[in-house]
Ligand binder design. Structure first.
Ligand code: GLP
Length: 250
């Protein structure tokens, strides 16, 4: 894995945007895998600005998000679909029909998960998958214990994730299940771009890079990919022991 420590959250966002734009320049109809959550927001802001400056066009790009909460519809303020529309898609020259997330309000969630996996495959797979890492080492919503060859499926959220994602309103019943691409699905992307920033991620990053390759840390599976880049800010890198990984990867 190519592990790079950059000086700030903004430096991580700029480098990540460079990598995304390079993919789109080489392949204008690139299929990007996207992550929700706070970490990629700075990257998305950077992409919006570059799109406004006409440095990159998303007109032919297609996107597939990693995951979605179950039990809430696409317009719900807590849905990832809504967050992606408000925070990215609505600000780009992308065709909304080319932006895909699983339906959180599907009548048959297991069938929805299977159909989503099939849709990714039928389009030819993901070119560049953007990923964050949960505080407990999850990727997408693959919680600790997820099998390393898991596919897109319905999952139950762990207590840590439920706590971390509790953004209210106070009387809102938080979703306890989600549909997520599996670890095996994620590893089939042609390239992975993993972002981790802030001190809260330091332990998960160290476990992912230097701990055992194990379902107890789903992000450790990223080491199995032959074209994976991990961009860190100094806070997220603070618990790494090996100095080798800083420059040359593991
Ligand atoms: C979320 C999402 C993941 C995300 C991770 C980290 O719940 N399911 O796709 O990468 O947890 O989130 P954040 O970037 O907000 O810390």
């Amino acid at each position: 894995m190519d592990v790079r420590i950059l000086e700030s959250v903004h430096a991580v966002a700029r480098k990540a945007a460079d990598i995304c734009c390079e993919w789109i320049r080489r392949k204008p109809d690139a299929r990007l895998g996207l992550a929700a959550g706070a970490t990629p927001q700075a990257l998305y802001t950077e992409l919006i600005e570059r799109n406004r400056r006409a440095e990159v066009s998303f007109a032919r790009v297609e996107t597939f998000n990693l995951d979605e909460y179950l039990g809430i519809g696409p317009d719900h303020p807590r849905s990832f679909r809504r967050a992606m529309r408000d925070g990215l898609f609505g600000e780009l020259d992308i065709d909304p029909a080319n932006t895909h997330l699983p339906r959180g309000d599907a009548a048959d969630p297991a069938a929805e998960a299977e159909a989503y996996e099939a849709a990714v495959r039928s389009r030819g797979g993901i070119d560049l998958q953007i990923l964050g890492i949960g505080r407990n080492g999850h990727i997408g919503f693959n919680e600790p214990g997820s099998s390393l060859d898991s596919r897109t499926r319905v999952v139950r959220l762990s207590p840590v994730t439920l706590r971390d994602n509790q953004l209210g309103p106070p009387d809102f019943e938080e979703p306890v299940e989600a549909i997520t691409m599996g670890i095996g699905t994620i590893l089939e992307a042609r390239a992975l771009l993993v972002l981790a920033t802030g001190a809260a991620k330091a332990r998960a990053v160290a476990a992912a890079l230097e701990g055992p390759l194990s379902p107890s840390c789903p992000a450790s599976a990223l080491r199995l990919h032959s074209d994976a880049t991990l961009l860190l800010d100094p806070e997220a890198a603070a618990d790494l022991r090996s100095t080798d990984v800083h420059e040359s990867g593991v």
